[in-house]
Design a protein around this ligand. Structure first.
Ligand SMILES: Cc1cc2nc3c(=O)[nH]c(=O)nc-3n(C[C@H](O)[C@H](O)[C@H](O)COP(=O)(O)OP(=O)(O)OC[C@H]3O[C@@H](n4cnc5c(N)ncnc54)[C@H](O)[C@@H]3O)c2cc1C
Length: 409
């Protein structure tokens, strides 16, 4: 019998398996697909050293009315999506109050501060430096007012958390990023963030490292998990696997899975889409178009455009209005050619109402652990919360881990 069964081989599960293994534990990692095929595949691939404050709901009337009227491409919604998540969204709105958000950011910024360092060890060990670019992440503003508030925000992040950035006029930035067809009004370039040309491949490389170090990866459905007297059993393509303890790292699928075990997890599902475009000129670094709510990054399949949040039911049909708007805006900025033909991808950011991931022992089961809810920055934070998680398993706790505990719900 193994000691740990980790369910879900996204960035969070693969990193959890590695962190437990590094402490001498016998671990089996299980996913119904290959590693890194879902949210950890389709994201914007930014290791966001600048994201020290988690994404809060704007509370000013102007932005909220723009969201309500569908005038802001950052957020798209459907009434059925809002009503299905109403209590969670209300709690999210409350946690977005300035004071509460500041307190949450104290915790969040400590996680983000070590994220590149925690990735670096795994990037080196998994022989993945070629997937990484360390040239930062930029925010492009297309209007003076937005640019001014972007500069104020960058100064605040520097003073409060030491986040480094450079400010450029649009013309100056075009010299840094020759692919740009037209100059934005201004740009804030966060210098310490990293980007990945294939987030799914990086996740797969971490999983491969786990296997090379003696770990076992199996394909199987988490829904076949059964509780035994002394542990857990799951059906996999390699037969039944048993383990003393189970770690739930199923990202946005975690709440649904945990219903069977008597847990009601308040998650907000923020859907995002991506598309790839052929381009003769790659980008030096990814950017967010602040006026049109999308991120563009150079990836192995072309320029990847990822959209903001769509608040819809989990099984809602594909709707491409956000993506279409963003694609038109992208064509104004970059010399993109045709769209790459591929099935339409979408994924779900697994967001908690208090914007913090969930890391810790399941309240009703001694031998079950929760590790999910990384929202907008799970690709960034997977290795960091995994290190903390493995320390917790070893019996070490601290105030950071207390803030992430599942008992807070
Ligand atoms: C459009 C978009 C852009 C983003 N951009 C960024 C970014 O630039 N930087 C950043 O840090 N974060 C970004 N994120 C967020 C980030 O991608 C997620 O927070 C992160 O990938 C979550 O990782 P995870 O391992 O928890 O979940 P996942 O990667 O979704 O992993 C969960 C795993 O569980 C498996 N699974 C599900 N059900 C079952 C089952 N029944 N049995 C077995 N296995 C199962 C799935 O196959 C999957 O492999 C973005 C998200 C989106 C949607």
């Amino acid at each position: 019998m193994a000691e740990f069964l980790v369910l879900g081989a996204g960035m969070v599960g693969a990193s959890s398996a590695l962190a437990l293994q590094a402490r001498g534990h016998n671990v089996v990692l299980v996913d119904q697909q290959q590693a890194g095929c879902e949210t950890s595949y389709g994201n914007a691939g930014v290791i966001q050293a600048e994201a020290v404050e988690p994404y809060a709901i704007p509370r000013d009337f102007k932005t909220l009315s723009q969201f309500a009227l569908g005038l802001n491409n950052d957020v798209h919604w459907r009434l059925s999506g809002l009503t299905s998540m109403l209590p969670m969204l209300w709690s999210y709105f409350n946690h977005s109050q300035k004071r509460k958000h500041q307190r949450i950011s104290q915790t969040y910024s400590q996680l983000i501060a070590r994220s590149t360092m925690d990735h670096q060890k795994l990037i080196e060990a998994s022989n993945s430096p070629a997937l990484m670019t360390k040239k930062g992440f930029s925010i492009l503003y297309r209007d003076e007012k937005g640019f001014e508030s972007g500069v104020i925000e960058a100064n605040h992040l520097h003073q409060e958390y030491g986040v480094s950035s450079n400010v450029f006029s649009g013309q100056q930035y075009c010299e840094q990023e020759p692919a740009l067809l037209s100059a934005p009004t201004g740009v804030v370039h966060f210098t310490d963030s990293w980007s990945c040309s294939s987030p799914g491949d990086l996740t797969k490389a971490y999983c491969r490292l786990f296997v090379e170090r003696g770990g076992r990866f199996c394909q199987g459905n988490a829904n076949s998990l059964k509780e035994l007297n002394n542990g857990w059993a799951i059906e996999t393509e390699d037969g039944t696997v048993q383990a003393e303890q189970v770690v739930v790292a199923l990202g946005p699928w975690s709440p649904e899975f945990l219903k069977t075990f008597g847990y009601d997890i308040p998650m907000i599902y923020k859907r995002g889409y991506h598309a790839h475009f052929v381009s003769s000129e790659p980008l030096n670094r990814p950017f967010l178009d602040a006026s049109n709510g999308f991120v563009a990054s150079s990836m192995k399949d072309g320029i990847r455009l990822t959209t903001g949040a769509s608040l819809v039911k989990r099984n809602a049909p594909i709707e491409t209005s956000q993506l279409d708007h963003a694609s038109r805006a992208l064509a104004e900025l970059l010399p993109i050619e045709e769209r790459v033909k591929e099935p339409q991808w979408f994924g779900t950011r697994p967001c908690m109402p208090d914007m913090l991931p969930v890391v810790g022992q399941a309240p009703k089961h001694k031998n079950m652990w929760f590790h999910f809810g990384h929202g907008h920055q799970g690709f960034t934070l997977g290795p960091t919360t995994s290190e903390l998680f493995a320390e917790l398993v070893e019996g070490r706790s601290n105030s950071l881990l207390e803030a992430l505990s599942p008992t807070r719900f």
